[in-house]
Design a protein around this ligand. Structure first.
Ligand code: GAR
Length: 201
């Protein structure tokens, strides 16, 4: 089967991007990272991309006069790279609606909690785990979902729980345990998406 060409959007260190690119390298995913885009030129994800011989670019909204030209540039970059699926991996900005229209059903996000709990505006990174502790949840996990215009509300593709919340947990300790699960769940979700959406052999 021809390899799926995917793009990644990330704002930070890129450990999820790395887990997915590693799964490709090991042949666990019949896919290849065609383009990594970050809003941040200093993000660690650029180094991750370089280690896996994947192209990476910085495309940031403030560098554009308006949202329209920003979206056009993003779409153009992914189209030029032949990207069929876009993976948000710690992308901390709003995805332009025009990109979601262009890639309808083909933009996924990973969220470090069991949505619909602990999702929505302001719920990203460490804040998610702080909220889990504040709410005294006993269990947490990860969710991979389709992205639509509302934060963290698109249909769920894959969800994995089973991370126990301990009485003496800190947000950082919890984040670390959830991250391990993210690194297993995201490649699995990509494989699932390919099964569901690809008919090409
Ligand atoms: C991950 O924990 C991811 O789930 C989270 O940001 C982290 C990025 O880490 N994303 C969100 O909170 C989105 N709402 P990484 O850069 O090492 O992959």
């Amino acid at each position: 089967m021809r390899k799926l060409r995917f793009g990644i959007m990330a704002s930070g260190r890129g450990s999820n991007a790395e887990a997915i690119l590693q799964a490709c390298r090991e042949g666990k995913l019949q896919a290849e990272g065609a383009l990594v885009v970050s809003n941040n030129p200093d993000a660690g994800v650029h180094e991750v991309a370089a280690r896996f011989d994947a192209a990476s670019q910085t495309i940031a909204r403030p560098d554009f006069p308006d949202g329209g030209s920003f979206a056009e540039t993003l779409i153009g970059a992914f189209r030029d790279a032949g990207v069929e699926l876009i993976l948000l991996a710690g992308y901390m900005r709003k995805v332009p609606p025009a990109l979601l229209r262009e890639y309808r059903g083909a933009v996924l996000n990973i969220h470090p909690a069991l949505l619909p709990r602990h999702g929505g505006k302001g719920m990203y990174g460490i804040h998610v785990h702080e909220d889990v502790l504040r709410e005294r949840d006993r269990e947490t996990g990860v969710t991979v979902h389709y992205v639509d215009e509302e934060y963290d509300r698109g249909p769920i593709l894959l969800q994995k729980g089973g991370v126990d919340v301990r009485a003496d947990d800190t947000p950082e300790a919890l984040a670390e345990r959830v991250l391990e699960l993210e690194h297993r769940a995201y490649p699995e979700a990509v494989a699932l998406w390919m099964e569901k959406h690809r008919s090409i052999v």
